[in-house]
Design a protein around this ligand. Structure first.
Ligand code: G6P
Length: 609
């Protein structure tokens, strides 16, 4: 999704801005641009395509400056064209970059056109440029003009504005889209994500909702939504930017798949001790809150939603609480019933997904007992705004298709099951079994990597297929959904997942030799029922790929390829069976030649609705 970087310094900033954009590339985008102020005034360079195209153009034109703003755009309003790429400029004097969506852009556009402003793009962002330019006719400073302008904006924005009549200063405003200020010595920076600024600073200030700030080389002045001067905490980041290299791997996604044993080990570190789960891993108040919790409402999007669906099976079977799981974009716009003592759990890799964040904020208004986020980014809005937080510690995930974030979320959610269950009648032997299964997980994941070669050999059989079906039962049903999501995200093959019991209620009609059916079949109490579903597919000429427990006794034949996995405790089977499905989608995408780490049209962190 869109990325923002800005800088004001004595040194030239074009390369700092470009490096910042490169570090945000993983989020997904379709065009990039930069505006710089120098002695000659303002220069603007924009390109459709990769940051490399922009960097080449900037180098070729020899463009630079001491103040600048840059942006990667993921199109929402207006097609992917150079004219729609940011920055947007008003009267060649004032430039704006913006993340988010201005919902009242049409009426503002009409008003501004009436005032004589000409629009060069189809974007909602361009209204900010002209609106601030207009406000600056009556306001005495750029800061005051931005403060007046944002009062007229509906929707979400993280925006940075610079003006050649007031060079040296960046004015930033945040409402609904994250922005961070990076503090240097005699220079300051802004970005939509601290990752972009790690080469230049480790000191950051996170703006809060409604904040507007004036950032110059020597000072940062922050004002809240009412215009009061406010101090915000300065944090020192210890984030490791390991995205710089893919190491021995061809893609970040493959590296991140292989990092899973290590990532899960990190998730568990110091939190599973002597057969018990450390409840305070969820926050200092966790014990008090979990004792009162009677119901869990999970809210998430995408892959994180699938993690939530697995957690529902665990929580209801083991922890003695009821649980609902809902997609954030649905939950936030419907009137829902709040059960007494209901804990709202958001699950998010980024902690910034707009719909999930909005659902969290809504939950505070409608009477939830408390909120917990299971999240990978300690500095994210969700962590900062939730009562409790469990950090998954997966490390930076760069591939747009989520892998290690998912398996670490699952590890965290199994811990949550034990942590809540302890106060609701779960026996200490069940907690000890969960602890033991979790402790074995990193090694089991490592061992599971040995199937990589077998999966690589299977992948060519999918390359010419247009559709596929994934089947699972019980807590493996959401794993089948996640497998289908991975395949469609990066190989662009249409993939659907079904709970295998639903097969005869529709999808069976689709089965033929051109529709591969992928089955996730661990050795649990549903195995015999799953075997019947497999026979239903076989009888209709379907070709199956079965990922099965070695004890489940599936045999390869003309209509079925069996890939055996070592037997594991069924508690952790959903986490283990995720891995072959990730590898399958990866190797199919390689054969199809897609952009694995940045698949078309997708974004890593969806900060707009
Ligand atoms: C995007 C990403 C997915 C991710 C989803 C939710 O769609 O491409 O990989 O699962 O957002 O993101 P979150 O950061 O909230 O987990």
């Amino acid at each position: 999704m869109c990325g923002i970087v800005g800088a004001t310094a004595e040194r030239r900033v074009a390369e700092i801005l470009l490096e910042g954009l490169r570090r945000l590339e993983y989020r997904g985008y379709d065009s990039a641009g930069m505006a710089l102020l120098n002695n000659a005034g303002m220069v603007k360079v924009r390109r459709v395509g990769k940051v490399k195209e922009l960097a080449d153009a900037i180098e070729r034109d020899g463009v630079n400056g001491h103040v600048g703003i840059a942006h990667t755009r993921w199109a929402t309003h207006g097609g992917v064209t150079e004219a729609n790429a940011h920055p947007h400029v008003s009267n060649n004097e004032l430039a704006v970059v913006h993340n988010g969506i201005i919902e009242n852009h049409e009426s503002l556009r009409e008003t501004l056109q009436g005032l004589g402003y000409q629009f060069d793009s189809q974007t909602d962002t361009e209204v900010i440029a002209h609106l601030v330019h207009h406000e600056l006719k009556s306001a005495t400073t750029l800061l005051a003009a931005v403060q007046n302008a944002v009062k007229q904006l509906d929707g979400a924005y993280g925006t940075v504005i610079m003006d050649q009549r007031d060079p040296g200063q960046l004015v930033v405003a945040r409402s609904g889209s994250p922005l961070v200020i990076g503090l240097g010595i005699g220079e300051n920076f802004v970005a939509s994500d601290q990752l972009a600024l790690l080469p230049v600073t480790r000191k950051f200030i996170y703006l809060e909702e409604g904040d507007v700030a004036a950032v110059s080389r020597e000072s940062v002045a922050i004002f809240d939504r009412d215009g009061n001067a406010v101090e915000r905490d300065v944090i020192t980041s210890d984030l490791q930017y390991d995205a710089g290299g893919k190491g021995e791997y061809r893609h970040f996604m493959l590296k991140e798949i292989h990092e899973q044993p290590f990532a899960v080990r990190n998730t568990l570190e110091g939190r599973v001790l002597d057969g018990k789960i450390a409840v305070d891993a969820f926050g200092a108040q966790a014990e008090d809150i979990f004792k009162q919790t009677k119901h869990v409402q999970i809210i998430a999007c995408g892959t994180s939603y699938h993690a939530g669906m697995v957690a529902k099976y665990w929580l209801e079977a083991l922890a003695g609480v009821s649980c609902n799981v809902e997609i954030a974009s649905e939950f936030r716009y419907r009137k829902s019933h709040v059960f007494p003592n209901s804990l709202l759990v958001t699950i998010s890799q980024s902690g910034e997904t707009a719909d999930t964040l909005a659902a969290l904020r809504l939950a505070k208004e409608i009477g939830y007992q408390a909120s917990l986020t299971v999240c990978n980014v300690a500095s994210s809005s969700m962590v900062r705004e939730s009562d409790l937080a469990f950090l998954t510690r997966a490390g930076a995930e760069i591939g747009v298709a989520s892998t290690k974030a998912f398996t670490t979320q699952l590890a965290g959610l199994l811990m949550l099951t034990a942590a809540i269950g302890r106060f609701h009648g779960m026996s200490s032997s069940t907690e000890a079994r969960i602890a033991k299964a979790l402790s074995s997980l990193p090694t089991k994941l490592e061992e599971c990597m040995s199937i990589t070669g077998a999966i690589e050999k299977l992948a060519p059989e999918f390359a010419d297929k247009e559709h596929s079906l994934f089947l699972g039962r019980g807590e493996q049903y959401p794993i089948a959904m996640e497998g289908a999501l991975k395949l469609k995200e990066i190989s662009y093959i249409h993939a659907e997942a079904y709970a295998s019991g639903e097969l005869k209620h529709g999808p069976l009609a689709l089965i033929d030799a051109e529709m591969p059916v992928i089955v996730v079949a661990p050795n649990n109490e549903l195995l015999e029922k799953l075997k019947s579903n497999v026979e239903e597919v076989r009888a209709r000429g379907g070709i199956m790929y079965v990922f099965a427990d070695s004890k489940a006794n599936f045999k390869s034949d003309d209509s079925m390829r069996v890939i055996n996995l070592a037997h594991v405790d069924e508690l952790i089977a959903p986490i283990i069976y995720t891995l072959p499905l990730q590898l399958l989608s990866y190797y199919v995408a390689i054969i199809k030649g897609t952009d694995v780490d940045q698949p078309r049209n997708l974004a890593k962190s969806v900060t707009v609705e």
